[in-house]
Design a protein around this ligand. Structure first.
Ligand SMILES: Cc1ncc(COP(=O)(O)O)c(C=O)c1O
Length: 511
C-alpha cells in the first residue's frame, strides 16, 4: 500500500514562493481534501452499514456494548476468529485509507509504529508550514499575539470554545501550565498513578518541593483482566482512605492513555470520582489529540494536556491544552484558582461562576512573547485535515488496527502477554504494549528488551520503528520492559501482519 513519495516532497525545499504554491495545487493536499482519483474523502455520514456495525462492535454509538461479548457473538455466528473479523473490516475500506496514507511523506524503508513518541506532518501541513515560514522571513513578521483566530478554528474539533483551548509547546509544557498554575496550599494531596510520564511527574515534583503538595500514587494493574470499574474504585478507595487519615485531597492527575501500557484510564468514569470528591482534574492526554475524538466540553475535566506533534501530526513544539473556563453541566464544580506561570498576558478578573467566561484563560497560555506563528498555522492545518476526514472515523480506524494487532498477539503469544487491555472498550487506545518473549521472565531484562526493539528496526525490511518502556507490575520482582506499538493512519492490516510475523520470528530467535 505504501508508495515512494519522498522525491516529490524534496521539491519544497527549493526556497521559492512560486514552488510552494505549486505544491499546494496537488489535489491530495489541497483545501478540498479530495483524493487523487477525484473522489471526495468520505464523511461519517456515508459510512456503510458494515462500518457502523463495526463502530458498535468497538463500543460506540447508541447501542454501545462491551466489545468482548459482541466479538464473541460475532465469532460464533460466522465461525471466524476475532482477528479475522477485524481484518475483514479493516480491508473493507482499504481504498479510502490508501488515499489517507498518501497524505504522508514517510520514508518507505521503515514502518513507523512509534507515533506515541513522534508523528509525521502530512504533505499539506509541510507545504503550508514552508509557505508561512517563507512569508515570515520575507515580510519580517513578528509572533506577538494570543492566536485567538487560530484557536477558534481548532476548538470545535475538541468540543470546546476558543477560550478553553490553548496552544502549548507540547504535552510537558501543558502539564507545567496546568499543575504549576494552581494555587496549592501545603498539605494538599494530588492522587495520581505509578505509571505517569516525567512530563507530568516533574511538575508534580516541583509542586511538592515548592508548595508542599503531597503526591499519592495508586498502583495500576496491567493486562486484559481489568474493567473501567477497576480503575474507578482504585482512585475512589485511595481518596476515601486519605480522607479518613485527615488528608486534604485536592486533585486527581492521570494519563489517558498511560504511555507505558496504552491503558486508556477512562476519563468520563474518573470524572465521576472527581465530582463526587469535589477535586481538580488534570489529564495527561499526550496521545489524545489526533487519536481519540473526545468532546472535552462534555467530559468536563479542568485540564487536558495533549501533544500536537504526536497523533495529531502537527509540527514539533506544538501542544493542545484544554482548560475548563466556564461552568457546564458536565462539571458543575467551581473553576480552580489558577494563575498563568509563563506568559505575557495576564488578566486578574475573577474566574466565572456560571456558563459565561469572564476572560480568555487559554490566551494567557498561548500568548508568551514573540512565538513562531507558522508552527501554529501548520498545527491548525493538521487539525483541519483531521476534522475533514472525521475525528471519529480516525479514532475507529486507529482502534480497529490496534484491536487487530492485539488479537494477533493473543493468537500467538496468549492473552497473558498483553499489558494493554483489549476487551473493555472504555480502556482501549491505539497503543499496544506486550511481552514478546518466549520466556516471559525475559521481559524484566532491560538489555534484551532494548535489543528486541533495535533488531526489529535493523533486521527486517522495511524496518519496524517501535519502542519499549519500563514499568512496575504489581507483584513482579523487577520492572517489566514491555514492547509498545502505535498504529495510526499510515499503517494497515498488512503492516500489522508483517509486524506480527517479524516479532514472532525474532522472539523465537532470541529465545
Ligand atoms: C503520557 C505522556 N505524557 C507526556 C509526554 C511528553 O510529551 P511531549 O513530548 O509532548 O511533551 C509523553 C510523551 O511520549 C507521554 O507519553
Amino acid at each position: 500500500m505504501q508508495e515512494k513519495r519522498q522525491g516529490k516532497w524534496l521539491q519544497v525545499f527549493s526556497i521559492n514562493p512560486g514552488r510552494v504554491s505549486e505544491m499546494n495545487s496537488n489535489p491530495m493536499i489541497g483545501e478540498s481534501n479530495v483524493a487523487s482519483d477525484g473522489r471526495a474523502l468520505q464523511s461519517d455520514e456515508s459510512w456503510t452499514f458494515k462500518r457502523r456495525a463495526f463502530l458498535r462492535m468497538l463500543g460506540y454509538g447508541a447501542s454501545a456494548v462491551a466489545l468482548g461479548p459482541l466479538m464473541a457473538a460475532s465469532r460464533s455466528a460466522i465461525g471466524q476468529s476475532a482477528a479475522g473479523n477485524l481484518r475483514a473490516e479493516l480491508v473493507h475500506d482499504a481504498d479510502f485509507w490508501t488515499s489517507v496514507q498518501k497524505m504522508f511523506v514517510l520514508n518507505t524503508d521503515r514502518t513507523f509504529m512509534n507515533i506515541g513518541t513522534a508523528g509525521s506532518m502530512p504533505e499539506a501541513v509541510l507545504s503550508l508550514f514552508a509557505e508561512e515560514n517563507f512569508a515570515k522571513a520575507r515580510d519580517s513578521l513578528n509572533g506577538y499575539g494570543d492566536r485567538a483566530d487560530l484557536r477558534a478554528l481548532v476548538a470545535p474539533g475538541f468540543g470546546v470554545d476558543s477560550d478553553e483551548l490553548a496552544f502549548s509547546y507540547n504535552t510537558s509544557s501543558g502539564m507545567c501550565h496546568s499543575i504549576l498554575g494552581i494555587k496549592w496550599k501545603p498539605g494538599d494531596v494530588i492522587v495520581t498513578t505509578n505509571h505517569e510520564h516525567f512530563g507530568g511527574d516533574v511538575p508534580l515534583a516541583i509542586a511538592a518541593d515548592r508548595y508542599g503538595v503531597e503526591v499519592s500514587r495508586v498502583a495500576l494493574p496491567v493486562g486484559n483482566n481489568q474493567t473501567a470499574a477497576t480503575y474507578v474504585s482504585l482512585f475512589d478507595e485511595r481518596i476515601r482512605q486519605l480522607k479518613r487519615q485527615g488528608k486534604r485531597v485536592r486533585a486527581m492527575m492521570w494519563s489517558s492513555p498511560t504511555y507505558k501500557t496504552g491503558t486508556m484510564l477512562p476519563i468520563a468514569d474518573l470524572m465521576e470520582v472527581v465530582k463526587a470528591h469535589e477535586l481538580i482534574s488534570i489529564v495527561d492526554g499526550a496521545h489524545l489529540p489526533g487519536m481519540m475524538a473526545y468532546d472535552y466540553g462534555a467530559l468536563g475535566c479542568d485540564f487536558m494536556s495533549g501533544a500536537g506533534h504526536k497523533w495529531q501530526c502537527g509540527p514539533g513544539s506544538t501542544g493542545i491544552l484544554i482548560m475548563r473556563n466556564k461552568i457546564r453541566a458536565s462539571n458543575p464544580l467551581p473553576l480552580p484558582e489558577w494563575y498563568p506561570v509563563h506568559g505575557t498576558a495576564y488578566n486578574n478578573t475573577p474566574r466565572t461562576t456560571n456558563g459565561t467566561a469572564t476572560w480568555d484563560v487559554a490566551a494567557s497560555v498561548t500568548n508568551c512573547g514573540s512565538t513562531h506563528v507558522p508552527m501554529y498555522k501548520a498545527l491548525v492545518k493538521a487539525c483541519e485535515l483531521w476534522d475533514s476526514i472525521g475525528r471519529k472515523k480516525i479514532e475507529t480506524y486507529d482502534l480497529a488496527l490496534s484491536a487487530y494487532l492485539k488479537e494477533r498477539i493473543v493468537e500467538l503469544w496468549g492473552v497473558d502477554a498483553l499489558y494493554s487491555p483489549k476487551d473493555d472498550p472504555k480502556l482501549v487506545s491505539a497503543l499496544t504494549s506486550f511481552n514478546p518473549f518466549q520466556n516471559p521472565a525475559d521481559v524484566m531484562n532491560r538489555e534484551k528488551s532494548n535489543q528486541f526493539v533495535s533488531l526489529m528496526l535493523s533486521d527486517y525490511s522495511p524496518g519496524f520503528a517501535i519502542r519499549n518502556a519500563g514499568f512496575d507490575v504489581i507483584g513482579a520482582p523487577a520492572q517489566h520492559y514491555g514492547v509498545r506499538v502505535s498504529t495510526h493512519l499510515w499503517a494497515d492490516a498488512d503492516d500489522v501482519d508483517r509486524l506480527v510475523d517479524a516479532m514472532w520470528q525474532l522472539s523465537k530467535k532470541m529465545a
